[in-house]
Design a protein around this ligand. Sequence first.
Ligand SMILES: NC(=O)c1ccc[n+]([C@@H]2O[C@H](COP(=O)([O-])OP(=O)(O)OC[C@H]3O[C@@H](n4cnc5c(N)ncnc54)[C@H](OP(=O)(O)O)[C@@H]3O)[C@@H](O)[C@H]2O)c1
Length: 216
Amino acid sequence: MPAGQSVPIAAACGLAPIDAIAIIDLGTNMRSLQRPLGTGYTAHSTTLDVIRGKNLAGQLAIVTGGHAGLGLEAARTLSEAGARVIVPARAVDRARRAVAEAGGGIEVRKMDLTDPASIDSFAREIVQSGLAVNILINNAGIMASPILERDARGNELQLSTNHLGHFQLTSRLWPALRRAGGARVVSVSSLGHHLSGIEWDDINFEKRARRPPTFE
Ligand SMILES: NC(=O)c1ccc[n+]([C@@H]2O[C@H](COP(=O)([O-])OP(=O)(O)OC[C@H]3O[C@@H](n4cnc5c(N)ncnc54)[C@H](OP(=O)(O)O)[C@@H]3O)[C@@H](O)[C@H]2O)c1
C-alpha cells in the first residue's frame, strides 16, 4: 500500500491516523515496493517443505482463519514445529472442533474481523498479558460474494474482513509484535488482485455497481 493511502484506510477502520503512521514509520521496509524474498519456494511448495528443520519452540504465532483451509494447514504446521499457535475466530465452538479434529494443540479465541470491538478486545488481551507475537499470519478472508454485503459500519464486507479488519488487528497487536524483536507479519493475498486494483475513490461501492468475478 502506498504510504499516502494509509490514512484513508485508518479512517475506514476507525483508527486514528497516528496508528497508521506508526505502522509505516516503524517498519522501514513497508515503505518499499514489494519484491520477491528469494526463498526458493514455489507455488508447489508445501507447508512441510517450508518448515523442515525449523524449531519454533518459544515462539507465538497468530493465524487468522487458522481453523479452515490454508490457514488450518499453516496453523497445524507451525504448531507441529513447536510454536504456540492462537487462532482468533468468530465461531469459537466450530473453530475448536476443527482444530481438535486436525490434531489439537491450537488455542482458539474469540474475534470477528468485521467487528472492531472484538478485534480490540482480542488484541488487548494479548498485549496486556505481556506476550510477544513472533508471527502474525493475516490469512482469513472472504471473496466474490454474489451480493453486496456490508458490516455494521457500512463498509463492504470483503474490504472489511480482508483488509480493514487485518489492518486494525496488526495495528492493535503492534506493541506485542515489537516485543518479539523481529516479528514477521504475513498478509495472505491472491492472484485475484490481478483482476482489479482497489478503486480508492469508491472503496465501498457507493458510487458504482459491484460486479463479483465469475470463475468458469
Ligand atoms: N483457496 C484458494 O485457492 C486461495 C487462492 C488465493 C488466495 N487465497 C487466500 O487464502 C486465504 C485463505 O483462503 P482459504 O481458501 O483457505 O479460505 P477458507 O477455507 O474459506 O477459510 C477462510 C477463513 O476465514 C475465516 N473468516 C472469514 N470471515 C471472518 C471474519 N469476519 N472474522 C474472522 N474470521 C473470518 C473463516 O472463518 P469461518 O469458519 O467463521 O467462516 C475461515 O476460517 C484467504 O485470504 C484467500 O483470499 C485462497
